[in-house]
Design a protein around this ligand. Structure first.
Ligand SMILES: Cc1ncc(COP(=O)(O)O)c(C=O)c1O
Length: 364
């Protein structure tokens, strides 16, 4: 059936969502739970939507074990707006923050933060094309910073903090856009975690912000109302019309994850999928992964042949085989397989089979 046509979608985001969730949303499109209306059409002030957002928050808290002394907010403006909101709201004590730059998103966050105070780049792997996470210890951090900033998983370059450094008592802020819900994290170790929805959570349009309650309310008085965490915290993410449909889909994804073993089960599958690809890359004579082994990401796996023309041929052939969005980010080149939670293991097997076929056809 034409409408059952599905490809293996390796997109880095927006990206693949769990098929049972898509089917449920489709089934509920015209008549959500007997209301006779779509969630797309529903007033955000209705009791039905209030339940949707309350359940979404409660289920995310359950999934991630988020303690009561943290707010969970569903905000707009993409993860990018957090590049500004984080310093505006948190760089308000000494006005200093230290950023570790392990990819282009971290670099953008740092550059944005320099507009609001003394944001320093402590270390960067840019000179080595972001092929690793710069190793930083608490001794490298200035004593009096308001926070230390990391990007936990670097979507473009495929690196990930496989071990969280000990930053001592420093407040830690992490961008988890491309790895949230793929691994267990101890929320208590962070002052603030944020993540754009469009990878492991939902369609684009919403950013999850998890912030320790005592950190909220410190923004300067002239902060635009919409950029102040306090505004959203006090109104349960409903100061104004929220991204209702995205919140609804996120809530369905959370329910689906809870019913299917939660984060531990996702992680086990994610490890298995990524390991298959890395094992093949490590044994291949044509393809190679571009990241140092200890910093490899489970979610975004970049690789190259070393010949840009061959890379192009590989990507075109993949498309013919219903494997799409394998082209690396425009600033990284080569290929990138993004294999988020909802990406099926059969897609990984299909990719490896095609890589083997391609390698055999291009033996030197
Ligand atoms: C790690 C990371 N941070 C931030 C962003 C920016 O997200 P948005 O497009 O939602 O602003 C992205 C987008 O891919 C990302 O991967």
């Amino acid at each position: 059936m034409a409408d059952e046509y599905r490809v293996f979608n390796f997109s880095a985001g927006p990206s693949v969502l769990p098929e049972p969730v898509l089917r449920k949303c489709a089934a509920e499109m015209l008549n959500y739970e007997g209301t006779g209306e779509s969630v797309m059409e529903m007033s955000h002030r209705s009791p039905e939507f209030q339940k949707i957002i309350d359940d979404a928050e409660a289920n995310l808290r359950k999934l991630m074990n988020i303690p009561d002394n943290y707010y969970v907010m569903f905000l707009q403006g993409g993860a990018t707006l957090q590049f500004s909101m984080v310093p505006i709201n948190l760089m308000t004590g000494t006005g200093k923050a230290d950023y570790i730059v392990a990819g282009q998103w971290g670099k953008k966050a740092w550059e944005e933060a320099t507009k609001f105070g003394d944001a320093r780049c402590v270390a960067s792997s840019e000179a080595d094309k972001y092929t690793y996470i710069p190793k930083v210890t608490k001794e490298d951090i200035r004593d009096d910073v308001d926070y230390v900033y990391i990007c936990y998983n670097n979507t473009v370059f495929g690196t990930h903090y496989n071990e969280l450094p000990d930053f001592g008592d420093h407040l830690l802020v992490a961008d988890m856009s491309s790895c949230i819900l793929s691994e267990e994290v101890d929320v208590n170790k962070f002052g603030l975690i944020y993540a754009g929805a469009q990878k492991n959570v939902a369609p684009a349009g919403m950013t999850i912000v998890i912030v320790r309650k005592d950190l909220v309310g410190k923004a300067p008085a002239n902060t635009p109302i919409y950029l102040n965490y306090k505004t959203h915290a006090e109104k349960g993410s409903m100061y104004n019309t929220p991204p209702c449909y995205t919140i609804y889909v996120a809530g369905e994804v959370f329910k689906y994850l809870l019913a299917n073993g939660g984060i531990p089960a996702m992680h086990e599958k994610d490890v298995r999928k990524a390991q298959k690809i890395y094992d093949y890359l490590d044994s291949s004579e044509l393809f190679r992964g571009t990241v140092v082994k200890e910093d490899r990401s489970l979610m975004n796996i970049p690789f190259v042949t070393g010949d840009p023309e061959l890379d192009k041929e590989f990507i075109a052939g993949a498309k013919e085989r219903n494997m799409i969005n394998l082209k690396g980010h425009r600033i990284a080149g080569g290929m990138r397989a993004s294999v988020y939670n909802a990406f099926p293991e059969e897609g990984v097997d299909a990719l490896i089979a095609y890589m083997k076929e391609f390698e055999a056809a291009h033996k030197k």
